[in-house]
Ligand binder design. Structure first.
Ligand code: FES
Length: 150
């Protein structure tokens, strides 16, 4: 993150410890993750103990300390989805994007991870891409779904 972008984000919010979550959300929205050097700077700037900042970064699912794609893909591998072929879906996504689970594409467009039960087992197998949920997807539709985000 360049200094100007960070300054713009910091000036959107009061220079007060209570702004920490909002600032972190803005950084996450820009970069799709929270770089450690940026978190260190923000902690000091807002006078928030570094331990608190990292606790927030690891507690809330909206935050990631590892680079994520603009469209994070979550493949449900809970029991119902597993039975309906979630592993094959994951393998197909990995083949399409040329990355492995836990990785991000070089253009930072997609990242992929597995999650446990998204709470809609009736739609198994389920995959989310960003905020969108795709249910009952056959392996053959993976490519078409990913193309929607290009
Ligand atoms: S197991 Fe996949 S949504 Fe429940």
């Amino acid at each position: 993150m360049n200094a100007q972008m960070l300054e713009t984000i910091l000036h959107r919010h009061p220079k007060d410890p209570s702004s920490i979550i909002q600032v972190m959300l803005d950084i996450q929205n820009e970069l799709y993750y929270l770089p450690r050097d940026v978190l260190n700077y923000v902690s000091e700037y807002l006078n928030v103990p570094l331990s608190r900042t990292y606790n927030l970064a690891t507690f809330y699912k909206a935050f990631s300390l590892k680079p994520k794609g603009k469209y994070p893909i979550a493949v449900c591998t809970g029991t119902a989805c597993h039975v309906q072929g979630a592993i094959k879906i994951m393998e197909q996504i990995e083949r399409e994007l040329h990355i492995k689970e836990g990785e991000t594409t070089p253009d930072k467009k997609f990242s992929v991870e597995s999650v446990r039960c998204l709470g809609c087992c009736g739609l198994a197998p389920v995959v989310t891409v960003g905020k969108n949920l795709h249910g009952r997807i056959p392996t053959s539709k993976v490519s078409k779904i990913l193309k929607q985000y290009e």
